[in-house]
Design a protein around this ligand. Structure first.
Ligand SMILES: [Mn+2]
Length: 230
């Protein structure tokens, strides 16, 4: 089958709509929703739109989806940093029960037979964790350990918002790229999500800080800007 992969939509409905128009034009058999779907500025509307995809959509759980369901259930993770807590609380306040139920119990990963690639494993972070951070320059040992139980020769990831395509431990790992135009046009929305309805100016500042910090995530003790939205 031919598939499109969307990861880290984070409640950005206008960007999602733009990407879906491109997907419709491309013609695919399935759309993999590779986690962190709803937590952001338009959480309920985004889940509604994704649900409209029906059987074309193949859902995978992200850490933000898990945290959002927990918050809806009154069990907000007390260890979430503020950058994650604020949009999670916002999302939980907007969801209806049917949205919560859609996001609950999603699989940590799925495998599909993709045209031209064969068996492909899709997961948000790794196949053993929805929060583990894998970067283009993470050591081979980390890839080997994180995907020790993965049989497929190709793995598609999300979570860090940083695209790459590399070989590691005899496997190909791909993080899809950004729909940059859509992201730019809706930067303000992304900023509101990141700051929990803060001012636009403060939001832009926070977004830039988050981008700058992402390249340094692997450093021990690093304070990770914007971590909560990954
Ligand atoms: Mn994530």
């Amino acid at each position: 089958m031919r598939v499109a992969v969307l990861a880290d939509i984070h409640g950005n409905l206008p960007a999602l709509e733009a990407v879906l128009r491109g997907i419709d034009a491309a013609g695919v058999d399935a759309i993999v929703l590779n986690g962190d779907l709803s937590t952001g500025p338009m959480p309920a509307e985004t889940v509604e739109r994704l649900a409209e995809l029906g059987d074309r959509a193949i859902w995978v759980r992200g850490n933000a989806d898990r945290e959002l369901v927990a918050a809806y259930d009154g069990a907000l993770n007390p260890d979430l940093p503020e950058a994650g807590r604020l949009p999670t609380e916002h999302g939980a306040s907007r969801l209806a029960r049917r949205h919560r139920d859609l996001l609950a119990d999603l699989p940590l990963s799925v495998a599909l037979d993709v045209t031209g690639l064969g068996q492909v494993r899709f997961c948000h972070a790794t196949t053993r964790s929805d929060t583990e951070i894998m970067l283009v320059d993470s050591p081979l040992e980390r890839y080997r350990a994180a995907f020790a139980d993965t049989a497929e020769p190709t793995v598609v990831l999300g979570h860090t918002h940083m695209p790459f395509d590399r070989l590691a431990d005899r496997r190909r790992f791909v993080k899809p790229g950004q729909r940059r135009g859509a992201v730019r046009r809706h930067r303000r929305l992304l900023c509101v999500a990141r700051t929990g309805c803060g001012s636009a100016r403060g939001g832009r500042h926070t977004l830039r800080e988050g981008n700058r910090n992402r390249g340094e995530e692997d450093r021990p003790g690093r304070d990770r800007g914007g971590e909560g939205l990954r």
